[in-house]
Design a binder for this molecule. Structure first.
Ligand SMILES: [Zn+2]
Length: 156
């Protein structure tokens, strides 16, 4: 069976950045499952998986535009320290990530720097602007249930 829209795929993968550093992975014992072809994954990933068969192993290189998009400098801004309320100073350091409620929903923001009462934050997706390198093994394919298709996601 080769993967097509409205099927559920289970994959093991390792995601690396251009410096060969591992950013994320899912193992065979604990694979990632997703409903294929409905935009739940980044476009380059779905494109590469389309038509693949169970047992296939392959590498994918996905440019930022087909992954999490280019970085947008307008999403970097200074905000008052008090926005972080009770967060202790030792957690409010460059590189720390927080979830923030925004107009677009829950987003991850990254601390760029802290200068007294001013915190510079970056609301770009942490992987924005990055070319992503995946090693993928397609472990299993099954047809999605009607309910999963209606919901647009996999049910356990
Ligand atoms: Zn559901």
């Amino acid at each position: 069976m080769s993967l097509t829209k409205n099927q559920v795929a289970s994959v093991a993968y390792t995601l690396k950045n251009g410096d060969d550093e591992i950013i994320d992975q899912a193992t065979k014992d604990s694979p990632m499952t997703f409903l294929h072809g409905v935009g739940g994954m980044i476009p380059g990933f779905e494109k590469a998986l389309e038509g693949k068969n169970v047992g296939d192993s392959f590498n994918i290189v996905i440019e930022a535009a087909d992954a999490y998009g280019e970085r947008n400098d307008a999403l970097t801004q200074d905000v008052p320290r008090e926005m972080f309320g009770d967060v202790p100073d030792e957690q409010l350091v460059a590189g720390a990530q927080f979830q923030a409620q925004t107009d677009a929903g829950i987003e991850v923001i990254t601390i760029v720097s802290v200068d007294g009462d001013t915190v510079k934050i970056d609301a770009n997706h942490p992987l924005a602007g990055m070319t992503l390198h995946f090693d993928v093994e397609l472990l299993d394919i099954r047809d999605a249930t009607e309910e999963e298709i209606a919901h647009g996601h996999v049910h356990a």
